[in-house]
Write a protein that binds this ligand. Structure first.
Ligand code: FAD
Length: 287
């Protein structure tokens, strides 16, 4: 199918973006890498009056360490993240997740800002942002605000970004030497959207888990944390009993809708399997 008619403007800077957003409000749509939006247009899932192309705004590109934070500009592509030593060193969970994002050609164009702003519950970055308690940096003509990942993802394809706003960056906390991270997902084929995915972040006190964050993708209409499983692991060592207890606790956290990939019971089972595998891997790694 072909896309509906729309106007197009290529923004030279952020002032251009905010001026166009002010004029067209929610009948405008931001175009970043186009890897989701162009398909949505062709499928007639989106019908904007105008596309505001932000791809030429250098200020939105790049990866930068500042204090205890790694800031990644919204226009940074998946492949730039994949190849970044800064990301590998300071946000290893993101490094582990990015190879699962789509395929090489899509990773050349698709951006982290586009993925987070789209808010697909089966996407990798939202789950990573949630597990790491990342801050999303949102800007409008008057200034910028920060919002935690937990408050950013609202429901299916709905985020906290308002019609006259732009997601400009995401800030991840720098990993510390006593943390362990595991990202895993199950998809029918490598590069497909996941049936279930899991991001695990552990802060250790020696062999004991001091803090634990577990987020899951493709289990609800947005990425979710697993508070019961997280609580059951806190203060525990990683052993077969604590893994089993966490798996049982996870049952309380999950009420997935079935989808085209798997029914609810299968998804719950796969989430249990991923949790066990992720904890076992974390237990085998040294901090
Ligand atoms: P665009 O397509 O340009 O925009 C996406 C949406 O976000 C639009 O609504 C747009 O208006 C809005 N937007 C974009 N940037 C901003 C911004 N800075 N501020 C506010 N709003 C903004 N993704 C995964 O995570 N995992 C996968 O496994 C996966 N598989 C894929 C497989 C295929 C075949 C395809 C085509 C895509 C797949 N994707 C997958 C999606 C891909 O990662 C996209 O790159 C990403 O979702 C959107 O990024 P983009 O830069 O292309 O955004």
């Amino acid at each position: 199918m072909k896309s509906p008619d729309f106007d197009y403007v290529k923004a030279k800077n952020l002032d251009d973006v905010f001026a166009s957003l002010h004029t067209y409000k929610d009948s405008a749509q931001i175009l970043a890498g186009g890897q989701s939006l162009l398909a949505m247009l062709n499928l007639r899932m989106a019908n904007p009056q105008i596309l505001i192309d932000i791809s030429g705004i250098d200020k939105l590109k790049g990866i930068e360490k500042s204090g205890n934070t790694l800031r990644i500009g919204a226009l940074t592509t998946h492949n730039e993240i994949l190849n970044s030593d800064l990301v590998r060193l300071h946000v290893p969970l993101l490094s582990q997740a990015v190879p699962y994002v789509a395929h090489l050609a899509i990773r050349n164009k698709g951006t982290i800002g586009g993925s987070l702003a789209l808010g697909d519950p089966a996407a990798e970055y939202p789950a990573v942002a949630l597990a790491l308690n990342a801050s999303l940096v949102i800007q409008n003509a008057k200034g910028e605000r920060r919002i935690k990942a937990q408050d950013f993802f609202i429901s299916l394809y709905k985020t906290a970004v308002q019609p006259e706003e732009l997601l400009v960056a995401v800030e991840f906390p720098i990993a510390t030497s006593n943390q362990k991270f595991v990202f895993m997902e199950l998809a029918r084929r490598m590069g497909d959207y996941a049936m279930v995915g899991l991001a695990l972040a552990l802060t250790m006190d020696g062999k004991t888990i001091r803090e634990c964050a577990i987020s899951l993708m493709a289990m609800d209409d947005k990425p979710i944390l697993a508070p019961s499983a997280m609580k059951s692991l806190t203060g525990q060592q990683i052993q077969s009993e604590s893994i089993l207890q966490a798996q049982n606790a996870l049952e309380k956290d999950l009420d997935p809708p079935g989808d085209l990939q798997a029914n609810a019971a299968t998804k719950k089972h796969l989430a249990r399997v991923l949790l066990s595998r992720a904890l076992t891997q974390a237990g085998e790694s040294h901090v």
